[in-house]
Design a protein around this ligand. Sequence first.
Ligand SMILES: *[C@@H]1O[C@H](CO)[C@@H](O)[C@H](O)[C@H]1NC(C)=O
Ligand SMILES: *[C@@H]1O[C@H](CO)[C@@H](O)[C@H](O)[C@H]1NC(C)=O
Ligand SMILES: *[C@@H]1O[C@H](CO)[C@@H](O)[C@H](O)[C@H]1NC(C)=O
Length: 193
Amino acid sequence: MAELFSILTTIIFFLLLLSSSSWAYSEEQSSFVLGEKRVKKPVYETESHFRFFWHDIVSGPSPTSVRVAQAPSEKNSTTFFGTIVMIDDPLTVGPELSTELVGRAQGFYAFSGKDSFGLLMAMTFVFTQGKYTNNTIVIMGRNDVVSEVREMAVVGGSGPFRHATGYAQARTHTLDNNTGDAIVQYDVFVTHS
Ligand SMILES: *[C@@H]1O[C@H](CO)[C@@H](O)[C@H](O)[C@H]1NC(C)=O
Ligand SMILES: *[C@@H]1O[C@H](CO)[C@@H](O)[C@H](O)[C@H]1NC(C)=O
Ligand SMILES: *[C@@H]1O[C@H](CO)[C@@H](O)[C@H](O)[C@H]1NC(C)=O
């Protein structure tokens, strides 16, 4: 009899586990945990591959990339360690700035390598064109600019990119040694709703 009861409770437990997809509120929870629910992941997700060119314009009358902070020790650093650059860089379909503008990369990059060169990229791609207009993809990660291919994480986004996961690969297309202007190809692979 006790055994039968135990089997029944186990079955009921699993049935509840399978069926409960609505918010559950419990008074025993801490004040900041407002609710919890078990969700079944959707079977279908969209995987998108975007390619565009990122223009970091530091020279000229209207730079899109400006140095906003630097450490006092930067002058002695061969890697510019401690420097922060704010960006609002145009994203275009082709490597030339004159090609179609599809969005902007807004955020900053920080020189975070003390002994070797490396950037921390923290930026939001906001699309200004096409079906993802005004939607964003958030990128974060280390950008070892001297490597041929650098990988950074897609850490989320907005609209259809809410809860997005994925990665971005950056490849330098052109670096102007005189001005510092750079054109970088970004391939972004995103899994989203
Ligand atoms: C830079 O290096 C020089 C020579 O080693 C030193 O005198 C100076 O204090 C250093 N400056 C900073 C800001 O660290
Ligand atoms: C995108 O945002 C801009 C500025 O807020 C707005 O004018 C425009 O209508 C928006 N476009 C779409 C497609 O949502
Ligand atoms: C810029 O400098 C790098 C490193 O010194 C060099 O490899 C590259 O060829 C230069 N590019 C141009 C366009 O001069």
